[in-house]
Design a protein around this ligand. Structure first.
Ligand SMILES: Nc1nc2c(ncn2[C@@H]2O[C@H](COP(=O)(O)OP(=O)(O)OP(=O)(O)O)[C@@H](O)[C@H]2O)c(=O)[nH]1
Ligand SMILES: [Mg+2]
Length: 427
């Protein structure tokens, strides 16, 4: 079974911490601060790999965590920036928000085509070393900044193949046979239903131009309710510019070809009403066993609906090229493959990730503060150093923590706990 939808977890690397250090030189009793900055964390980057056609790589690996930047070192040595994590995706993959199903990025858009990749998450910046905190009045800054934590999120990947033309029809209508005549693809062909279990692409060279043809597993009435193989595979014709409705014109299985066409149209409609607006061509197959009556009825139907119809015996390749030339000629008049517009701005999601809430719970007279953004700060503070704690106070004030505490009714002398750092509250 094709593996074409998956949810994965990605996290950009954390920035390295800034370093606290002081120059130690012979004959210099009090060297200045020389702690270097932390390195940048790795980005999460997606790249299209033309050689892939499923999301199978993600079957057993669902977590992708970019490396962290290196911590700064003494002598002003900057910590090394981390390598970016590059994740290859098959062409035609959509990146979506798993919660809303909204599209964040279509990896087949012109943006990705020109730059070759899409950066989803930026690695965290490295923290400043204590060198940055020296001022004329603060000559021995005993603190440095921690690196910024890399952002993390879950994303859904969904493959929508890049096929110009999709073959749809009932099982055993001859879809795979047509693909095998027109391209070098080797789909399985047999006289039982659901021979084809996953969509197959073939490249077709016609005189009027080349195109990509997709063979989709057979649909039956009720496919949209999960009958047969279901209609899940129709996802792969979402981008198609032409649909070919392949029908067993002989009615060899006891069904009526016109009913079959209607059934397929209805299943397409159930999946996505938009699909019925796509240009459609009828491929009436198995004419070696077709009655004149059926030929007339099919021709009449096509005329009435203003559809092109091609009669063929795909089993021996007869009439298939004519269909192919008509497809190629028609494609020339149609707009290019559908590209999906983003429905969700990734920077909005990132803001949401950053703009975490401040929660304050009071128990036994202790005000417990939780806010994701403070974790980094708490880790970077040297609580035995007066200037470092003064800096901490400043950050808390700026982040609105003090205001939030006041609202909760804090009084001077009460105890505040922020991720294990405890202190008494004074204005
Ligand atoms: N008599 C006749 N049989 C044909 C013709 N074309 C294909 N067949 C046979 O019809 C059967 C089904 O063909 P496939 O190409 O596997 O049909 P499919 O539409 O891909 O079927 P699924 O993959 O099950 O949906 C096979 O046994 C073919 O040999 C034809 O023109 N005439
Ligand atoms: Mg088939």
């Amino acid at each position: 079974m094709i593996f074409d939808r998956v949810t994965i977890y990605v996290k950009a690397g954390n920035g390295g911490n800034g370093c606290v250090s002081f120059r130690r030189e012979k004959y210099v009793s009090h060297g200045g601060p020389d702690g270097g900055d932390g390195g940048r964390g790795g980005d999460i980057i997606f790249r299209v790999d033309e050689g892939k056609n499923t999301l199978l790589d993600f079957k057993y690996r669902r977590k992708f965590i970019a490396s962290n930047g290196e911590d700064g070192k003494n002598s002003r040595f900057h910590g090394k920036n981390a390598e970016n994590l590059i994740i290859p995706l098959p062409p035609g993959t959509l990146i979506k928000d798993p919660k809303t199903g909204k599209i964040i990025k279509d990896m087949s858009d012109s943006d990705v085509a020109s730059s070759g990749s899409f950066t989803l998450l930026k690695g965290g910046k490295g923290g400043f070393g204590n060198t940055h905190f020296a001022t004329p009045t603060r000559q021995t800054p005993n603190f440095a900044k921690a690196g910024i934590k890399g952002q993390e999120m879950e994303i859904a990947l969904e493959l929508k193949m890049l096929a110009d033309v999709g073959l749809v029809g009932m099982p055993s209508a001859g879809k795979s046979t047509i693909l095998s005549v027109l391209s070098s693809a080797k789909p399985k062909i047999a006289d039982y239903h659901f021979t084809t279990l996953s969509p197959i692409l073939g490249v077709v060279e016609a005189k009027a131009g080349g195109y990509v043809l997709a063979d989709i597993p057979g649909l039956i009435e009720g496919a949209h309710e999960g009958l047969g193989l279901g209609h899940e595979f129709l996802r792969h014709i979402d981008r198609c510019r032409i649909l070919v409705n392949v029908v067993d014109a002989s009615g060899s299985e006891g069904r009526d070809p016109l009913d079959d066409i209607a059934t397929i149209n209805n299943e397409l409609f159930q999946y996505n009403p938009e699909l019925l607006k796509r240009p459609m061509i009828i491929a009436a197959n198995k004419i070696d066993m077709m009655s004149d009556e059926n030929k007339k009825r099919l021709q009449k139907y096509a005329d009435e609906k203003n559809l092109e119809i091609f009669f063929m015996c795909a089993g021996i390749g007869e009439g298939v090229r004519e269909l192919s030339e008509a497809i190629a000629a028609r494609l020339k008049t149609l707009p290019p493959l559908k590209v999906f517009e983003p429905e969700l701005d990734i920077s909005d999601i990132k803001d949401e990730l950053q703009d975490d809430e401040i929660t304050i719970t009071v128990s036994n007279g202790v005000f417990d503060v939780k806010a994701e953004r403070l974790v980094n700060v708490v880790n970077s503070i040297n609580f035995s150093d007066r200037e470092s704690t003064a800096y901490f106070q400043k950050v808390l004030r700026r982040a609105g923590i003090f205001d939030a505490l006041e609202k909760k009714g804090i009084k001077e002398g009460d105890t505040v706990n922020i991720y294990g750092a405890e202190f008494e509250y004074y204005k």
